[in-house]
Write a protein that binds this ligand. Structure first.
Ligand SMILES: [Zn+2]
Length: 211
């Protein structure tokens, strides 16, 4: 995983957000390959192996990884277009079945992809930032840390956390069977997915004064 992505990771436990303390054992350039990520708040330790960060207990396992059929049904350039990846260096999260396209999207657009709960068959050959989480209720990332989020139906619960993690103006792509959360403005939809933009939080009401 790239070092600048690791700095955005947060402990998935329910407590105040704090950066994880990373102890790297092996690295390759700007990527860490193995080590431990410790939470200074609750004391949890998370493992990094083969460049993949496991923000979960290895004994519990992963919530659900996509099947091979789900993986082949996705389409990287379509996802890149829906996410509006028009300039290089934008960081996006691709969840579940959509994560298989991370490398295609990185090569075509210059984006930095965080592949969350991707099919394990792609882990070794992928250059994307691989993240495995157990909880599907919250994204283990800092506030306003990414430019986009695309998820499959198995990760629909993460929509509740989308507005916190995606920057204002960033895009969220999700299956049409899900609802667009509050704070997101729908831009388009077809028979498969909708795409919406994160709107600025409303400012506090202004006091109007009589002249
Ligand atoms: Zn913690």
């Amino acid at each position: 995983m790239r070092v600048d992505t690791i700095e955005l990771l947060r402990c998935p436990a329910a407590h105040d957000s704090a950066p994880l303390v990373t102890v790297a054992d092996t690295r390759d350039g700007d990527r860490l390959l193995s080590g431990t990520l410790g939470c200074p708040v609750c004391g949890a330790d998370y493992a990094m192996r083969d460049g993949i960060v496991y923000l979960t207990s290895a004994t519990i396992g992963v919530a659900r990884l996509p099947s091979a059929a789900e993986v082949t049904a996705s389409n990287g350039m379509r996802t890149a277009a829906l996410l509006g990846l028009t300039e290089p260096g934008l960081r996006v999260v691709l969840c579940g079945a959509l994560a298989i396209d991370a490398d295609e999207i990185e090569q075509a657009t210059g984006a930095h992809c965080i592949a969350l709960n991707s099919n394990t068959s792609m882990h070794e050959r992928s250059g994307a930032d691989q993240l495995v989480v157990l909880s599907n209720n919250a994204l283990p990332l800092a506030n306003a840390s990414v430019h986009g989020l695309a998820l499959d139906i198995t990760h629909a619960a993460l929509l509740a956390d989308a507005r916190r993690v995606v920057r204002v103006g960033g895009r969220v792509v999700a299956p049409v069977s899900t609802s667009v959360p509050r704070g997101l403005r729908e831009l388009a939809r077809d028979d498969r997915e909708w795409v919406a933009q994160v709107e600025a939080a409303p400012s506090a009401p202004m006091q109007l004064r009589r002249g």
